[in-house]
Ligand binder design. Structure first.
Ligand SMILES: Cc1cc2nc3c(=O)[nH]c(=O)nc-3n(C[C@H](O)[C@H](O)[C@H](O)COP(=O)(O)O)c2cc1C
Length: 160
């Protein structure tokens, strides 16, 4: 299992925090690197959540979620939402309510859950993008269990 996890980890990804709020007003947020864009028309995305994650019932009930794509320098948010902290949102700057949107991200996508597939020990959430926003900046990158920085563009070999 560990060896397979390490082999999967060779695929470098960005990092996103998926947030939601239930009809009763309970907020949840989890760090993921399983976010993938699926389709442009209709605009669909997916991400995977462990069936054992304490926040899974909230995401299943909520029927909506927001994908917050983390920027370089937002490692602290990645760490915060990857723990079982009592109130992960304490002190975190938010742009929207009741669905929490994290400030300073590279993009966010507000989605309606259109399907939840069985994915082995994970739920696969498929969402339709209802609105989105993007900003300029470098991404937070995750590879082999560590946070990385993007390499600056190489000038060598480029025609001016
Ligand atoms: C970079 C990174 C990527 C992660 N990706 C996922 C993922 O795609 N799916 C998942 O279920 N957990 C993923 N996790 C672990 C969850 O963030 C972690 O289990 C979290 O505690 C779940 O939130 P909860 O305890 O409130 O349910 C990832 C953690 C890190 C640090």
């Amino acid at each position: 299992m560990r060896s397979l996890r390490e082999a999967f980890g060779q695929f470098a990804t960005g990092v996103a925090v998926i947030t939601t709020v239930t009809p009763e007003g309970t907020r949840a947020g989890v760090t993921v690197n399983s976010f993938t864009s699926v389709s442009l028309d209709p605009p669909l995305v997916l991400w995977c959540l462990s069936e054992r994650a304490p926040s899974a019932p909230s995401f299943l009930r909520a029927g909506q979620f927001a994908i917050n794509v983390l920027a370089a320098g937002q490692e602290h948010l990645s760490r915060r939402f990857a723990t079982g902290a009592a109130d992960k949102f304490a002190g975190v700057e938010l742009l929207g309510t009741p669905l929490p949107l994290l400030a300073g991200t590279l993009a966010h996508f507000v989605c309606r859950t259109v399907r939840v597939h069985d994915g082995g020990d994970h739920h696969i959430f498929v969402g339709e993008v209802e609105r989105y926003q993007r900003a300029e900046g470098d991404p937070l990158v995750f590879h082999a269990g560590r946070y990385r920085e993007c390499m600056p563009e190489l000038a060598i070999g480029r025609a001016s």
